[in-house]
Design a protein around this ligand. Structure first.
Ligand code: DHB
Length: 491
């Protein structure tokens, strides 16, 4: 019972008014928030056949998940609940009380996102890929709850920016709070929320898992009128998360400084002399960053890099590439034509790091994230209400080509970085993590998801990290494996 209720009861007692139990619970309810109560009667029935199975759901769509939305088109959640759970049946061993809640987001490029949908029309084709994931989840008995979020280009009616960092993570946290607030009245188990996303969406998914209930986000959630509940989650699935942005430029050059051609969103070319110089500067800055993380391998050995960028951390990156190639070989792929792989009797013995980098190539020019002209997605993410784009590293700020360069606030930068919250005693970190980064992904360096995985593991969380062979920057390509992992966690 909270203070307000206690004081109300004391006043009523003084006034000699006696209350029945139902009246007490009414007071308790009004002290929370009626407008964020899940209304189980407000649904439409939807059905479609998926892999030969008829999937019937109650669809609760476009529910505004905060009391004071600033963007009522995006701050909405879609919830799909299998019809079976309303008639006492079970699916895949789950029932109305135990069904986990799968929480996929459609965030990409740090742009605003709509929630995922069960029924997809021709007009909404960008969602159609991930709609398969929604159907898959429902077919396995998961409740699907997907929230929209503001993004870096979102503006209010006055033209002010309202979607810069940390808007997207604040929105998804508010949606989690909505689900937890309604746990008693909604089917499913809000203690089993599993978030999923790809790229920028993978970043926000991992940030949700890393920063549960952290007070940094409190004032933003209060301002939106988020439900009075916690926002920590049970598990994270993240595909190619574009995270650790303020350290990603160095990690990219540590990996790709020998690759002098780029292929960036339709534009190809050679790095110029200035870019080659920037690449060398950034490359040298990575080992000190990596070393101060004090990451350890499974044997407890410290992972380090020397000033040339060599050391046992690099060996671990190579080991993940070898493991990836081995899995492809084991499932029947012939990789013997790749000169960068040494394969003896179907065993991948080692990878030539530089040869492999020549093979996958470089996508971005240095600095890959904090562009000297402040022109990247990420510069745009770190704007504020009135400034569209800002720097977020000292290197790019001091080397900026802008006339009046600006740099984002430290807190704003920290609030987008899961690395900042793992091990922080004020954050409740998700226990279970599955991180995938395609072995052919060049959108960020391999060190980025690896450092996240190692840090989580070192802090005692369970991590399943792999780099699927030949996969470019993409997600949701291994749903059988993903849901197998989820089933194991939840049962
Ligand atoms: C995404 C890709 C990028 O290369 C990047 O820098 C940020 C976001 C994306 O696909 O979401």
């Amino acid at each position: 019972m909270n203070r307000t209720i206690l004081i109300t009861l004391l006043i009523l007692m003084l006034l000699n008014v006696s209350l029945s139990f139902s009246e007490v619970s009414k007071i308790q309810f009004s002290s929370n928030d009626n407008s964020l109560k899940f209304v189980s009667s407000k649904y439409v029935s939807q059905s479609q056949t998926y892999q030969g199975k008829l999937i019937k759901v109650r669809a609760y769509e476009k529910i505004i998940y905060v009391k004071h939305p600033v963007d009522s088109n995006k701050q909405v959640i879609n919830i799909y609940i299998p019809e079976e759970y309303f008639v006492g049946e079970s699916i895949n061993g789950f029932n109305t009380n135990t069904a986990p809640i799968f929480f996929p987001n459609h965030i990409g490029g740090y742009m605003s996102a709509d929630p995922a949908k069960f029924m997809v029309t021709e007009q909404s084709t960008p969602n159609s890929m991930n709609n398969r994931t929604v159907l898959y989840a429902l077919s396995k008995g998961y409740i699907v709850a997907s929230a929209g979020a503001r993004g870096r280009l979102t503006k209010d009616l006055d033209g002010h920016n309202i979607g810069k960092a940390p808007a997207a993570i604040v929105d998804l946290k508010a949606a989690i709070r909505y689900l937890k607030f309604n746990d008693q009245i909604m089917p499913g188990d809000a203690n089993k929320i599993i978030s999923n996303g790809t790229s920028a969406g993978g970043a926000i998914s991992s940030l949700l898992g890393a920063s549960g209930n952290h007070p940094d986000f409190g004032p933003y959630l209060t301002a939106l009128g988020a439900a009075n509940a916690s926002d920590d989650i049970f598990a994270v699935s993240a595909y190619c998360p574009i995270i650790n942005l303020e350290n990603a430029d160095m990690a990219y050059e540590w990996q790709l400084s020998n690759i002098h051609t780029f292929d960036f969103r339709g534009k190809k070319g050679d790095l110029n002399n200035e870019e080659l110089g920037v690449s060398q500067d950034l490359k040298k800055m990575f080992p000190p960053y990596l070393n101060q993380l004090s990451l350890k391998n499974v044997n407890g050995d410290l992972l380090t890099l020397d000033s040339n960028g060599n050391g046992n951390f690099k060996e671990i990156v190579k080991a993940f590439i070898v493991k990836s190639a081995q899995k492809a070989v084991d499932s029947g792929s012939d990789l013997t034509h790749y000169s960068f792989l040494n394969i003896v009797h179907n065993k991948v013995m080692f990878v030539d790091f530089d040869g492999y980098m020549q093979y996958i190539g470089r996508m971005k020019t240095p600095p890959a994230f904090d562009a000297l002209t402040s022109s990247s997605f990420e510069n745009n993410l770190f704007g504020n209400e009135t400034v569209n784009s800002r720097h977020f590293t000292n290197y790019s700020f001091t080397h900026s080509k802008e006339i009046n360069p600006q740099i984002a606030d430290k807190l704003q930068i920290n609030m987008m970085n899961p690395m900042h919250y793992i091990g922080n005693s004020n954050a409740k970190v998700a226990k279970n993590w599955r991180i995938r980064h395609g072995a052919k992904d060049r959108d960020t360096g391999f060190a980025i998801p690896l450092m996240l995985s190692m840090l989580l593991q070192n802090k005692g969380y369970t991590v399943d990290f792999a780099m699927p062979w030949d996969k470019p920057h993409s997600g949701d390509y291994d749903l059988d494996e993903l849901f197998h992992w989820m089933d194991n966690l939840c049962k």
